[in-house]
Design a protein. Structure first.
Length: 101
């Protein structure tokens, strides 16, 4: 049983690393479940059970974290450019229009 849990942990960590490296790309459920080597339905259930939030929400939070770091430490970029890179469709839009399906 311990080996199975460790295997799941390794797979999920691989997905988190993939998300962090590819925030600018397409992060759809098919691609992420492929990284974990699970069916997309099993992957989504396991991800939510493991982290307590959906894959979509995790991607949003990772994108916002990166944007907040850029706002704090990269003076050369405008707030609008950082927001657009983070997936916000327009100023004043409350939820990012991420490239996730």
């Amino acid at each position: 049983m311990k080996a199975a849990l460790q295997n799941y942990h390794v797979r999920m960590q691989r997905v988190l690393d993939h998300i962090d490296r590819n925030l600018d790309g397409e992060l759809d459920l098919d691609a992420l479940s492929g990284v974990a080597a699970f069916s997309k339905f099993h992957f989504h259930r396991q991800f939510t059970a493991t982290f307590g939030l959906s894959v979509h929400r995790y991607v949003q939070l990772a994108s916002m974290k990166r944007a907040s770091h850029r706002l704090a430490y990269m003076d050369a970029q405008s707030v609008t450019d950082i927001a657009m890179d983070a997936g916000y469709a327009a100023q004043g839009c409350r939820t990012p229009g991420r490239r996730y399906s």
